[in-house]
Write a protein that binds this ligand. Structure first.
Ligand code: FEO
Length: 399
């Protein structure tokens, strides 16, 4: 049974939800599922904008057939070649063998690498190129590294729809909804949207900024991403979030505490710090056991809060592995511009504090507080003034 919704005249949403997949990219847990969006423009010519993951291709083909009826599919615009969107290109080429593919030069390299059919009819577009399909004219906007090098956005100059590939996407299935004004975004989608952005696109902040700069010159009325709701109201809300995230600016003054503890002693130290911060008036604190919570959630909150505290046992003369994974992950994602406090621990050769500082020293604009310190095995009375000083320092650096 098809599942199609009209977005605006001549434009249909023909993607779908995947609630079965447990981990996106086989890494990030998605307990609330994900949507793979695809769009079909029906004008004098018919134009498909991106396909969907193979997991929902059956339903997708039904949707395409429902909208096209007996008409042929003339063009396929590929904004992004990652398989969660490109997975069903083979089916489209099989059902509609005369379809002409539109993409950037790199799109066609990837099309070939993923073993899809390429032909002499391929249309290579560059930044700012336009093509008319009847009443609708599409402008192609190069958006490299948002989130792969071939990525582009596409703008319909006649109705103001901006197709943004992964940008402005989110984890979580749509459950029959389509538009942002049909969901409670703040309560239901903001957390999955932040976790999606920070983990999937977070590394490419400058490139997202570049796309936003190009988009700011257009009369955008709809934002149509490849995951999550289509924005047709309150565009400023999501643009503001993306502006902050892509500039690595904290959304909130608050403290993320991530600890790694084998026997509970580092955990007790982390709790002691949290209690002191709360007594000093900072209640916006989130604390995670790095061994219990998937790192994608920690990354997401690292993008949200202004301050990060890392409390780690020493393990095999190194940083406790789950804390190290978190730290290396935010380094790889180019997170910057945070104030960081450290509490190390170790019983016979404590190295965690020093090693965490070394990694943070290689990151941009990470301000490691001088009051960071190391406990030996357990927090003791003699450590109280040090913990108090660290808490004071955090409070003083909050805006
Ligand atoms: Fe949703 Fe980069 O793919």
């Amino acid at each position: 049974m098809h599942n199609v919704r009209e977005i605006t005249k001549d434009l249909y949403s023909i993607g779908g939800d995947d609630r079965k997949l447990s981990r996106f990219e086989n890494i990030h847990p998605i307990p609330e599922g994900i949507s793979y969006n695809s769009y079909l423009l029906v004008d004098e010519k018919t134009v498909l904008l991106d396909t969907v993951d193979l997991s929902i291709s059956d339903n997708f083909i039904e949707n395409v057939q429902e909208v096209l009826g007996e008409r042929p599919l003339d063009y396929l615009v590929i904004n992004h070649m990652e398989p969660d969107h490109a997975g069903s290109i083979g089916f489209i080429q099989e059902y509609y063998p005369d379809v002409k593919v539109i993409g950037t030069k790199k799109t066609f390299d990837l099309l070939d690498q993923f073993n899809f059919k390429t032909s002499e009819d391929n249309i290579v577009v560059k930044d700012g190129d336009t093509m008319s399909f009847g009443e609708h004219e599409l402008m192609f906007i190069s958006a490299p590294m948002v989130h792969w090098p071939e990525t582009m956005a596409t703008f319909d100059t006649s109705n103001g729809v901006l197709f943004t590939a992964d940008a402005f996407g989110t984890f979580k299935s749509l459950d029959g909804k389509l538009f942002n004004d049909e969901v409670d975004f703040e309560s239901d989608f903001l957390v999955p949207a932040r976790r999606y952005y920070s983990n999937i696109v977070g590394k490419y902040g400058p490139q997202v900024q570049s796309l936003m700069k190009k988009a700011s010159k257009l009369d955008v009325k709809y934002i149509a991403p490849l995951h999550g709701p289509v924005w047709r109201t309150d565009l400023e809300y999501i643009l503001d979030k993306y502006d902050k995230w892509s500039k690595y600016e904290a959304e909130e003054q608050g403290v993320l505490i991530v600890y790694g503890s084998m026997y509970g002693n580092t955990e007790k130290a982390a709790e002691d710090l949290a209690k002191r911060l709360i007594q000093k008036g900072m209640t916006n604190i989130k604390m995670y056991d790095a061994s219990k919570t998937h790192v994608s959630y920690l990354v997401s909150d690292a993008f949200k809060y202004s301050h990060i505290v890392l409390a780690s046992a020493t393990y095999n003369l190194n940083i406790y592995t789950p804390v190290q994974n978190f730290l290396l992950d935010i380094k790889s994602l180019n997170l910057r511009n945070r104030t960081v406090g450290i509490v190390g621990n170790g019983s016979w050769a404590p190295t965690a504090e020093k090693l965490m500082k070394e990694i943070l020293g290689k990151m941009k604009d990470m301000d490691v507080l001088e009051e960071s310190f190391t406990i030996t095995s357990t927090m003791k009375e003699e450590d109280v003034p040090k913990m108090e000083a660290l808490a004071d320092s955090i409070i003083e650096t909050l805006e």
